[in-house]
Design a protein around this ligand. Structure first.
Ligand code: NAD
Length: 306
């Protein structure tokens, strides 16, 4: 393991403009060199076409893993895979809507045929819901959010665990993306928050059942990260700079989350299972209101009255 602190490169989110208002100090995220931590491993990262998932995929590739970049957005998946290969890594793009069982099976078969058996599964893809008041959430939306966030996560865990158990000496790892909304829910995210709570329970239950098979299962719970979907939500809330109050004076970046995922996937975390690692810059302890919790802001309403 090495521990060189590098200056963030072009394209890194640095948290500029974030954290505690205009007078707050501007602090930059640092990029920790984890090259070699995942040498020889194969990672399957869902929702890796954009946002945090793309950063996890690139971080894992930089750490030495061959990475299957799985996303329903084909162009985005191809772009992430291309950026990994341009950096000398090994990757393949897999296009699949993971809310559909047959497409999950296809995605896994495709990744295994191109890169080999999956050692590290990262369930990152998520449907954030459409930010309706709970009284307007209908069955279709509820089922859609559950299908991507919870059902796909559970069924992918099951699919890789079967193969990991047969290769237990190679220590399989599963990382599920939760969110601090499990304990700090925001209004209009009810279906999303419910799935993230389910992911925390799923993670702990699977750690219990799969630990004896040599498989570690952990969750990572980010606070607000300046990814695509959160930027849109912040802009809608009249806060385009994405200032979410943290104790560290800046908003989170995808790489803040990605480096924790590399740690959990690596042998450095070989005795860590059933954990929920909060990556929120202390947001959960901050007493400042979140801009996204302002119920007076306009938000979408169903025309049908649902
Ligand atoms: N961004 C944040 O502030 C934040 C905070 C807490 C937790 N998280 C969690 O981190 C993870 C990544 O969040 P993000 O903000 O980068 O998300 P994002 O919306 O920016 O990106 C999600 C990616 O998943 C893909 N995707 C969505 N549904 C899919 C499906 N059914 N099949 C295949 N691909 C699908 C999308 O195409 C997209 O590329 C999520 O699990 C999210 O809940 C994010």
């Amino acid at each position: 393991m090495t521990g060189t602190i590098q200056t963030p490169g072009a394209g890194d989110a640095t948290g500029a403009g974030a954290g505690g208002g205009p007078s707050a100090p501007r602090r930059q995220a640092s990029k920790f060199d984890m090259s070699g931590w995942l040498d020889g491993r194969v990672a399957f990262v869902t929702g890796a076409g954009s946002g945090i998932g793309a950063d996890i995929a690139r971080r894992m590739a930089h750490a030495g893993a061959a990475v299957a970049v799985v996303d329903r957005n084909g162009d985005a998946a191809a772009a992430t895979a291309a950026s990994i290969e341009a950096g000398g890594g090994r990757s393949c793009a897999v296009v699949a809507d993971l809310s559909v069982a047959s497409e999950r099976r296809f995605a896994l078969d495709e990744a295994v045929s191109k890169l080999g058996n999956v050692d590290v599964l990262v369930n990152n893809a998520a449907d954030h819901g459409t930010r309706h008041d709970f009284l307007e959430v209908d069955d279709e939306e509820w089922d859609r959010v559950l299908a991507t966030n919870l059902t796909a996560t559970a069924m992918l865990c099951q699919a890789v665990a079967a193969s990991m158990a047969q290769r237990r000496n190679e220590s399989g790892v599963i990382i599920n993306l939760a969110a601090i909304q499990v304990s700090l829910p925001l209004p209009t995210y009810v279906s999303y928050a419910a799935t993230k709570g389910g992911i925390v329970s799923l993670t702990k239950a699977l750690a219990v059942e799969l630990g004896p098979l040599g498989i570690r299962v952990n969750a990572v719970a980010p606070g607000a990260v300046a990814s695509g979907s959160t930027r849109v939500a912040m802009a809608t809330a009249g806060n385009p700079d994405g200032a979410s109050p943290t104790l560290l004076g800046r908003m989170g970046t995808g790489d803040d989350v990605a480096s924790v995922c590399v740690f959990l996937a690596s042998q450095a975390a070989s005795f860590v299972t059933g954990a929920v690692v909060v990556v929120d810059g202390g947001r959960s302890l901050s007493r400042q209101a979140d801009p996204l919790s302002d119920l007076s802001r306009p938000r979408p309403h169903r025309s049908s009255g649902g």
